[in-house]
Design a binder for this molecule. Structure first.
Ligand SMILES: Nc1nc2c(ncn2[C@@H]2O[C@H](COP(=O)(O)OP(=O)(O)OP(=O)(O)O)[C@@H](O)[C@H]2O)c(=O)[nH]1
Ligand SMILES: [Mg+2]
Length: 432
């Protein structure tokens, strides 16, 4: 089965907790803090594997998790870093954040990669919190949670040449004649149900090896969802050259030609601006031989290049190959991915001091802000010293004042990301 859209959940590893330990030596009565830092959690990356042509690896597996960082330990031993997880995707995979719809990355070229979930930072051990006035801190940071999100992956095949035409026009037969591909060919419409890809050899002294995509037949109304063609139109969006195949022995080749052009324009007018070659097929059949002169004259009037072939017999294939060689860009240009160039637009949100206070739908107060949510997640509220530090951060950032303005009362729950705390006069106590 051809799979070109999937939803997956990626969870980066959490950072390891920092340790709160003190040096123990026989002759030192009270050793200093020596808690090591937690290791960073593993991140998740998606990377292009040019050997893949569908998202089928994601058919049965939708959840992916990278390993967490190790905990810090005494004697300044740092936790080990979590392992990164790299998932391979075919060229032409666009990655969207499912919640916001934002495009995170558009992976086109071989080896191109994007980080889609960042591992949490390791918590700092207590040795970082010693000061001249506070030499035995019990405070150590918990590891930062790893990023987690649902992604939508959408594949748009990356082929140099796209074959389009009505069902039964001979697209798959032509693919087989031009390349080593062996698509299913049969005398009924809708034989091809998923795209076939092949690589074409242009001759001994031509280094270009264009890929050709044979997609399911398009029918009238395809751009609005009729037939199968609709789902596959986007797979020809990124081709460099289009080959439009017309069944010369069909009832009305002229109408056939018109329908496809209308559908292409309706899907995306830019498609008709691509270099295009019209191919009149099945010239071996008497009906086609009869219709050819009028068809050729009409294309000449349109200013469109046209060539007649009999794909099943291999007639005209050499001329077709030569015509395609002329339409395709130079070898240097072919080394670059077809437009739009693959862009990696993934950006991590800035970690500012900004925050806001509002109420969730259940009326509970919620503080939003990347930095304060991270501090909350990294605080171990069971340790009084850590809870007090958190309280000081709230005051320093002005969150405390804002909560009071919002009418917080003793006993109220206040949320920071996943963390729920109960507001007391002071200090804060953990609820969950
Ligand atoms: N006589 C003749 N028959 C041909 C020629 N090319 C293709 N055919 C036949 O036309 C029929 C359809 O060919 P396909 O290559 O499956 O057509 P398609 O455009 O891929 O069709 P779909 O996949 O259904 O959209 C098959 O029976 C082919 O053998 C040709 O040059 N001459
Ligand atoms: Mg076919």
């Amino acid at each position: 089965m051809f799979l070109d859209r999937v939803k997956i959940l990626v969870r980066a590893g959490a950072g390891g907790d920092g340790a709160a330990t003190f040096r123990r030596e026989a002759h030192v009565p009270r050793g200093g803090p020596d808690g090591g830092d937690g290791g960073r959690g593993g991140s998740i990356h998606l990377r292009v594997d040019p050997g893949q042509t569908t998202l089928r690896d994601f058919r049965f597996r939708h959840h992916f998790r990278a390993t967490p960082g190790g905990r810090g330990e005494g004697s300044r031993r740092h936790g080990a870093a979590g392992e990164d997880l790299v998932l391979e995707v075919p060229p032409g995979t666009a990655i969207y954040d499912d919640a916001t719809g934002a495009l995170l990355a558009d992976l086109v070229a071989s080896g191109q990669a994007a980080m889609v979930a960042r591992g949490g930072r390791g918590g700092l051990g207590n040795k970082h919190f010693a000061t001249s006035t506070h030499q035995a801190p019990r405070h150590a940071q918990k590891g930062e949670p790893g990023e987690e999100r649902w992604l939508r992956l959408e594949l748009r095949l990356i082929a140099d040449i796209g074959l389009v035409g009505l069902p039964n026009a001979g697209k798959s037969t032509l693919l087989a004649a031009l390349t080593a591909a062996t698509p299913k060919i049969a005398d009924y419409p809708f034989t091809t149900l998923e795209p076939n890809l092949g690589v074409m050899d242009l001759g001994d002294d031509d280094p270009r090896l264009p890929t050709i995509a044979d997609v399911p037949g398009l029918i009238e109304g395809a751009s609005e969802g009729a037939g199968l063609g609709h789902a596959f139109l986007r797979h020809i969006e990124r081709t460099r050259v289009l080959v439009h195949i017309v069944d010369g022995a069909g009832r009305d080749p002229e109408w056939d030609h018109e329908v496809i052009r209308t559908e292409l324009a309706a899907h995306d007018p830019a498609l008709l601006k691509k270099p295009l070659l019209v191919v009149f097929n099945k010239l071996d059949l008497p009906a086609a031989a009869e219709a050819w002169p009028a068809f050729r004259a009409a294309r000449q009037r349109d200013g469109l290049p046209v060539i007649a072939i009999a794909a099943a017999e291999g007639r005209g294939i050499a001329e077709l190959r030569a015509a395609l060689a002329k339409l395709l860009p130079s070898a240097e240009a072919m080394a670059e991915p077809p437009e739009p160039a693959g862009v990696v637009v993934h950006r991590m949100a800035e970690l500012g001091d900004g925050f806001s206070v509002d109420r969730d739908s259940d009326g509970v107060l919620r503080v939003r802000g990347r930095r304060i949510e991270r501090i909350a997640a990294q605080t171990n509220f069971e340790i009084e010293e850590s809870a007090e530090r958190f309280q000081r951060d709230l005051t320093r950032m002005g969150i405390d004042a804002e909560l009071r303005r919002a009418g917080v009362a003793s006993g109220d729950v206040v949320r920071f990301g996943e963390i729920e705390l109960e507001w007391e006069a002071e200090p804060w106590a953990v609820e969950r």
